[in-house]
Design a protein. Sequence first.
Length: 214
Amino acid sequence: MAGIQTVRAHGLFSQYAENLSPSQREYVLGLAAGIWVPIELAVEHYTALDRLALDRVTIESFGAEIASRTWKHIFAPVIVHARDGLRPWDALAHSHDTNDRSWRGTDIRIVREGPTQARYEWAGQPCAAIPYFMTSFAAFMRALVNLFSRRSYYEFVPDGCSRSTVTVRLTWIEKTFERRPAISQSFSLAPQRPGEDAEAPDAHRQAAFRGVRR
């Protein structure tokens, strides 16, 4: 549904609808949010989007826009801690849970390639052969990781991609978290006296790595 809302918002809905096969058009356009549909409809949806022949930058922007529309739902298990210095590994640790919210019959594996680098493998994905899906999904993941980092990047792993498998390498620059001492309502602006040490910030929290396959 988020993908259809995006093409509608960018004035591409008519072209998208025309790209749907006649036998599936009424069904796809009549979908409601929150219901499970046959995987054939997902293939039909992304094939119609691919026929729009959009450039890579536009597809990436659509993927990021969909992430902005859906991230609260996707990260529902961890969003309550969003203000406590979460890092990308904390979010990736819930990848199986978040994937199960939107897809059935596929499996994923997250490989930790470095402190700020992960390889995301999605096997059994029937849309992997559709270029639009590949690009939009990679941009979608980059946007989600960007929520918990200063900046993130993606690249495909060619030897890990096939007609039924998507493999994306995600890299990011970590945010810097500092815990500042509480300031009393009554305080002094007097300069620090010689010999007094300023309070040192707490060490950076180590990123959790729960439930992610190494």
